[in-house]
Ligand binder design. Sequence first.
Ligand SMILES: Nc1ncnc2c1ncn2[C@@H]1O[C@H](COP(=O)(O)OP(=O)(O)O)[C@@H](O)[C@H]1O
Ligand SMILES: [Mg+2]
Length: 251
Amino acid sequence: MTDRPTGEPLVRLSGVNKWFGDLHVLQDIDLTIDRGEVVVVIGPSGSGKSTLCRAINRLEAIQDGEITIDGQRLPDEGKELARLRSDVGMVFQSFNLFAHKTVLQNVTLGPITVRKHSKDEAEQRARELLDRVGVGHQADKVPAQLSGGQQQRVAIARALAMDPKVMLFDEPTSALDPEMINEVLEVMTSLARDGMTMVVVTHEMGFARRAANRVVFMDAGRIVESATPETFFTHPSSDRAKDFLSKILNH
Ligand SMILES: Nc1ncnc2c1ncn2[C@@H]1O[C@H](COP(=O)(O)OP(=O)(O)O)[C@@H](O)[C@H]1O
Ligand SMILES: [Mg+2]
């Protein structure tokens, strides 16, 4: 899967800069993600990967530059921001499900409150999505009754229920026991095959090779390399990427 699927820009960051106090956490970021493209973002801890994801759906403000989704600039606040933000699905390392709601309620809440779908319509769609991620039979349980891998698959279904234009995954398998990682990566691989536009921060290099159209390597707030997985893994061009790869591939 190395061809750019559409050549039609969906998410565009241009000249993005962000500081936390004196820390210049995103530096001159230019990145365009096409509709249907799967971009894996890798890099050392603290390089700005999470901040990049959070900036894309405006959980973090940027001080300089522009981010557009489907041609629309993200507003600072208000209803328009809520609407545009719901075009971006986000899956975090810590599943962030509502503990006191059932699995089904977790998935229907957004569609009912934000998208104004009827309860019946939302439940029908939620059940389809829960089946798709392999947890349909868990719909009436609460999150604590599920394994970590199951909870993360519910979190993916919840994000998909909003019909997002793009899905962001920030280290979605990092908090999981090893035997649960693959069941989550399989769901993500199948989403990628179905043409979902995805930005995935992960250290799972097998997933990157299998599902990514492009690998973006970040270090110290900058995009240092952007290449196909094939090129990146066999011929990384920077010393920083070579050093990072030798650490993660030989551990
Ligand atoms: N809310 C915050 N306030 C201050 N510094 C932060 C905040 N969030 C992240 N940082 C710092 O920004 C840098 C990038 O963090 P992050 O985007 O989480 O990196 P990564 O996800 O690549 O590990 C780190 O040095 C981190 O300590
Ligand atoms: Mg992070």
